[in-house]
Write a protein of this length. Structure first.
Length: 492
């Protein structure tokens, strides 16, 4: 080993800040893109947005028919040692579609734009998911009404604080862990009393340590089969889970008919009694793309007018540079802001173009799915789309990430159309989604007194021309939430 200087020639790929920003913009979903633009509009005085909601057909037609160079063909660079006449002319063309009569203050967005941003943020705050504190308040109010002594009430509060509505209201911590280090045996006795109190609050069954205790707490003494319910839950819960009814019959001397009746009562118990208090809201899905069928029956991609519509570079700053009244410091500041605004506008346009190309290639490949339904989806890999569009596979991955498309078959994430597959007996590609559909059909049609085993399912799929390994059937059966043949069996 020795130290020294060596000359080495090698090739390396270095991503410019412009390329990094373009990839980031491409990956952003619609809502995140809107937030990014709102932030830039506030921070960058050079960037403006047309507040009008519509565009005249004449302006749109003029833009489509224009033969002027695109944004990608020319790069805007503001130099200190030149008059930049070409760049100023280009900036003028970028904002020519927006008619502005006067420019009084361009250091921030217009009042209409600020009002729009404020309303959007207000809606976002209004839709923030509740943190679930109402569950604890509901329990604490019941404890307060019991008029307990201070020590017991404090122990109840400690137990309640350890409960989580999203977890069903189970007590995952031990009583000792909830007590202070200086706790005595008397404190432990009080804690056990407090636990019994909390477990009988509404909803009944909370603060249970496991599923068995949770179900037992919900059995009322007035129930006609209270003893049988406690017997089956307390001693045979695992046998019930595995549907071993003959074994339970042998151990309890209960008939299978009686056991099945009691099982129906068990199903009415709530395994997660606090789940109703857990705040869950379905995420809002905004499809950015739409699939439209033309007169010839072909499917075409339409991109909804996104948040980047109407962005342009402020004429005020263009005029300030053009007149030469800006100081060197101002000119440097405007230069940075101009480049940032231009990069954002071009990145959004590039994002739109990539989305159209990638989505159209996906739709062309999955035409049978759109025509006939999920059973006719074809296997598709991202590399296939990348090769067809002429981009890198990572570009396809970013383009489809968290993007939704509205189709005649419903609203789907773009990733839905990328599925693996196998080949059938004829050598044709078959998507795994088709295998799942066939698997579900077999389960629905089977005789529940003699349900199909996984080996039998493999044989029946093979008879349909679908060659699938047993482990694959087992994997997809579990993913689809289908129980095993033993658990699906219905005893006479």
């Amino acid at each position: 080993m020795q130290f020294g200087q060596h000359l080495q020639q090698k090739q390396s790929q270095i991503l410019s800040p412009r390329m990094i920003q373009s990839m980031e913009i491409l990956q952003l979903p619609l809502i995140a893109l809107q937030e990014r633009i709102d932030q830039e509009l506030v921070e960058n005085p050079v960037l403006e947005q047309n507040d009008s909601d519509s565009e005249t057909p004449e302006v749109a037609e003029e833009r489509e028919d224009s033969d002027s160079p695109t944004l990608e063909e020319r790069e805007l660079v503001v130099e200190n040692d030149s008059n930049n006449s070409d760049d100023f002319e280009r900036m003028e063309s970028i904002g020519s579609e927006v008619l502005v009569d006067s420019f009084e203050d361009y250091s921030r967005p217009s009042s209409n734009r600020l009002q729009e941003i404020s309303e959007r943020h207000h809606d976002q705050i209004a839709n923030i998911v509740d943190d679930g504190n109402s569950f604890h308040e509901h329990l604490l109010m019941q404890v307060a009404e019991l008029e307990l002594d201070d020590a017991t009430e404090l122990a109840c509060e400690r137990i309640i604080s350890a409960l989580d509505a999203a977890d069903g209201g189970y007590l995952r911590s031990s009583l000792i862990d909830l007590m202070p280090p200086t706790a005595t045996d008397d404190d432990l006795r009080i804690a056990k009393q407090a636990l019994d109190i909390v477990q009988h609050l509404d909803p009944v069954g909370i603060a249970a340590r496991d599923l068995r205790e949770c179900l037992l707490l919900q059995i009322s003494d007035e129930h006609p089969f209270a003893a049988e319910l406690r017997l089956l839950i307390g001693e045979h819960l695992e046998d019930l889970r595995d549907n071993r009814l003959p074994l339970i019959e042998k151990k309890t001397n209960l008939s299978i008919d009686d056991i099945q009746l009691i099982v129906e009562d068990i199903k009415e118990l709530n395994p997660k009694p606090a789940a109703a208090f857990a705040s869950r809201s379905a995420p809002t899905v905004t499809p950015e793309l739409e699939v439209i069928r033309d007169e010839r029956g072909d499917y075409k991609i339409k991109v909804e007018e996104g948040p980047g519509r109407g962005l342009f570079i402020s004429r005020y700053y263009r005029e300030r540079l053009a007149t030469g009244t800006a100081t060197n410091e101002e000119k440097e500041f405007i230069k940075r802001k101009l480049n940032a605004a231009q990069w954002l506008i071009e990145s959004i346009e590039q994002r739109r173009s990539t989305l159209i190309k990638v989505s159209q290639a996906i739709v062309d490949h999955q035409k049978d799915f759109l025509d006939n339904g999920p059973e006719f989806i074809h296997p598709l890999k991202m590399q296939q789309i990348a090769d067809k569009v002429g981009v890198h596979v990572t570009t396809v991955s970013r383009a489809v990430d968290d993007k939704w498309v509205e189709t005649p078959r419903g609203i789907f994430p773009l990733k839905k159309f990328f599925v693996g597959g196998t080949t059938n007996s004829s050598g044709e590609d078959v998507a795994w989604d088709q295998i799942k559909i066939k698997l579900q059909e077999l389960i629905d049609e089977e005789d529940k007194s003699k349900p199909y085993s996984d080996d039998e399912i493999v044989k029946r799929l093979t008879a349909k021309g679908l060659t699938v390994a047993r482990r694959t059937v087992t994997k997809y059966r579990k993913k689809m939430g289908i129980a095993s043949s033993r658990q699906r069996k219905q005893w006479a």
